[in-house]
Structure formats: structure tokens, C-alpha cells
Write a protein that binds this ligand. Sequence first.
Ligand code: SAH
Ligand code: SF4
Ligand code: F3S
Length: 483
Amino acid sequence: MSQNNYQNPNAQAMAPSAEPDRQLYFIKVLRERMAKYMTDTGRTLTYNVVTFGCQMNARDSEKLSGILESVGYTRTDSEDADFVIYNTCTVRENANLKVYGRLGTLKKVKENRPGMLIALCGCMMQEPHVVQKLRDSYRHVDIIFGTHNIYKLAELIYDRLESGSMIIDLWKDTDKIVEDLPNRRKYPFKSGINIMFGCNNFCSYCIVPYVRGRERSRRPEDILEEIRRDVADGVVEVMLLGQNVNSYGKTLENPVTFASLLEEIEKIEGLERIRFMTSHPKDLSDDLIQVMARSKKICPHLHLPLQSGSSRILKRMNRKYTKEDYLHLVEKIRSACPDISLTTDIIVGFPGETEEDFQETLDVVRKVGYDSAYTFIYSKRNGTPAAAMEDQVPEHVIKDRFDRLLKEVQDIASHVCARHEGQVMDVLVEQINHQDAGLVTGRLGNNTVVHFPGDASLIGRIVPVHLIECKGFYYMGELYEKR
Ligand code: SAH
Ligand code: SF4
Ligand code: F3S
């Protein structure tokens, strides 16, 4: 090392090129720098990560938090912080609009907080027109990156501090999966585990494949290792995450099926509950159904997005199944796992949807009897095939269908959810109830929420609860103590 380098260490030049070593190096450089700053000023530097969107984003936010804490920031719940990052979503227009609104407010915060850094990442940043708008009109943003380079946060902060100007680092796609970086789990007792990234399905309404890139699976040994580590650290429930978990493993060097991955995970001692999402109906195999039926740990819950009950619309959506295929699949699942809870996603007002098509959706909703359904108004996403379709449905028609669907879904769900009334079932206690501090809140294996009298000592434990009364989509209960 030359004298010059020693006096003015240039971390970019000295950093190792291989990951994760490179990022661990930048974390160390920043940590030293921030520690010195905090000692000199007597201040504690804080961070706040705001997550929009789905569980993938929530999981990414844990990674961001892990990096920020390793660097020396302390977490705060307020956006009046030294480092604020929005992890954005763009699946529907309203998710997108929220971000601009909040960025405006953040500008004022920054004016009163010298040295504050604002970063934006996630799905919305993968859209070039968004980044252009930010460049032009949101100059108070310091760092912009996307969905493929989350792991680079420490390096990007370093670059921002060195250059003093806006840093934009966006990749169109990647085949890289970087393992073994810091992580900060939101809950000590449950964790989300990425098993794959990206999506290859190109449903015609959906922007996810464009902003999350091509499908890539993590190696089973990396997944198992992460779960074992989490379990040793107190985790009892894992949620395996992917846009289409049923196609897990197809692109690996040594292909593995999702069903066989689940069987391996089942063997991990100390792990009590396994969940996964999302399952695409077109790829749900008989093997998977058998594994679910045999398993003692896989929760009796399947989220099986329908999107539409009309075969004609499903074809235009590029979903690759018909109404009949879907109903047949539900029958197979129900006969193998009789007590399973089914939930779904439905889009109302896809281009060309007629009243008859909508009636087909209602018909499936009635036939299946979902425990709950997320209903969405179709949102036109730039660059997707559906956005260019001519016969967009008028807003008032969509609104009317949406209201009718919601009512149907809720009426059915309240009956379906109540089927366990009077029974004693296991609940994983997650938190003190937000409204009533004398209650705790947890979930049944089938994902239904249960509230019952209890205290913080129960959090993270799986306990038997007498389900006294179903109130629509949740239960009021009582801890069951054997006499
Ligand atoms: N990979 C998952 C879904 C991810 S997006 C799957 O295939 O099931 C979550 C949900 O958002 C989708 O199931 C769909 O119902 C909804 N969604 C996606 N794009 C949408 C759009 N353009 N307008 C309205 N809802 C949409
Ligand atoms: Fe979007 Fe379809 Fe992929 Fe789900 S499977 S993320 S709806 S393209
Ligand atoms: Fe949104 Fe991206 Fe998830 S667009 S729904 S955060 S994959």
C-alpha cells in the first residue's frame, strides 16, 4: 500500500471485487467513519425503512435494515431520521402515487435535518419514467437503486458520501444471488425465506416480471442453512417466498422440485410451521398436494390466486388455466387435505370483462368458499400487454362489480371462517393486541387471526386456544388449560 493510499484511503479502489466480501468491506469502512462521527458529535444516527408492497419487499427491507444496523444506524419508527429509505411497490397505480406524496413531506423533514440521507429502492425504481421524474423534480433524493442490487446498500451510501451528488444505480436484470449479508428480522419467532426471485409468467396485466427480472431459484442447501440458522435463533414458523413457488428449482444446475424442497425443510428439528406463497394454479403438482397431505408442519392454508373465474378472461390474462382447471384443482386439494383454508386474489375490471365474465368469477367464489379473498380493481400498468388492449372497462362499471364481489366474498368468508367455533386449536402468538393491551393476537395454522386474554410472555409461543366466537374474519378465544 502506498503512502498516499494510506493517508487518503480510497475504499472503491481497495475493495475486494467478489461478493459478499466487497459489501462487508464497505460496511466496515462506513462503520468506522460513522463511529468516529458519533463520538465526535455525541449524536446517535437513526434510520427508518418504509416498506410498500408484498412480502418480498418486506423481506428485502429486513436485509436493508441488517445492512444499516451493521453500519451503525439505530432503528427508529419515525421518518424524522438520519437515513430514510422507501422500499417501493408498483404493482398498482395507487401504490406508486403514495410514494410521491410522502416524498414531498420528507423534503421538509430534510430541510430541518442537515446531513439527512433519503434513499429509494424497490420495484417502482425499475421503471425508467419514474427515475426520470425523480431526477427532474425530486432532487432531495440521495440514492436510487432497484430490486436487483439491494445487497449493495453500503457501497451506495459510501459513494454518496464521497461524491456529494445523487447516486443512481439500476440494473435491468441479474443472474446473481448474493448470500450471507447482515439481516435484521422483524419478528424473533417467524421469518420470511426467499426461495426464488423474479417471475417468468408475464400475466398480461402484471408489471412484476418487468421490475423483478427473470426467475432464479436459490440453491436448496442455502435455503436449508438459512432456516436452520433461524430456528437455532428462535424461529418456529417460516414463510417461503416466491412469485410462483410451484416452479421452484427448475432453473437450478441440479433441478429440484418445490415438493422435495418442502420435504427437506420438514425435517428441520425445532421448526413447527411451514407456510409458502404464492402458488400459481398452473404449476401446482400432485406431488405437492401429497406432500401437503402427509406433512405435520405445512400449514393447512393455500393461497391460490384465481384472478378471474372466466376462462375467456383468464386466456387474455395469460394465466394458462381455465375455470374448470381451477375448480378441478381445488377439488383435488380438498379431497387430499379436507380442512384446508383457501384464500385468493381476484382482479375486477380487466379489459374486456363483461357482466357474464364477472358472473363466472362470482360463481367460482361461491363454489370454492374462500376463507378470504384479496380483491383488486384492475390497474393499467405501462408496458404490459393489457395496457394496450382496447376495451378498457369504464370506472363506474368496475366500481359496481367490485362492491358486489366484496360483499359476496365477505358473506361467504364469515361463514367459512366460523367452522372452527367451539374447537381448541393451536395459535402462534405474535403480539400484544393493538386496541386492548389485555389481549394478545396470534394466528391459527390456517392463518385466521385469534385474539385472547394474555400477556407478553406468550409472544412467540404456540399455545392451545379455545375458539369461543368467530367475528367475521377473526376469532375471540381463551387460552385452553388442561384440567
Ligand atoms: N405472483 C403472485 C402475485 C403477485 S402480485 C401470483 O401470481 O399470484 C399480487 C396480486 O396483485 C396479484 O395476484 C393480482 O391479483 C394483483 N395484481 C397484479 N397486477 C395487477 C394490476 N395491474 N391491477 C390490479 N391488480 C393486480
Ligand atoms: Fe405477476 Fe403473474 Fe408473475 Fe404473479 S405469476 S407475479 S401475477 S406475472
Ligand atoms: Fe409490489 Fe414489487 Fe411486490 S411491485 S407487489 S413490491 S414484487
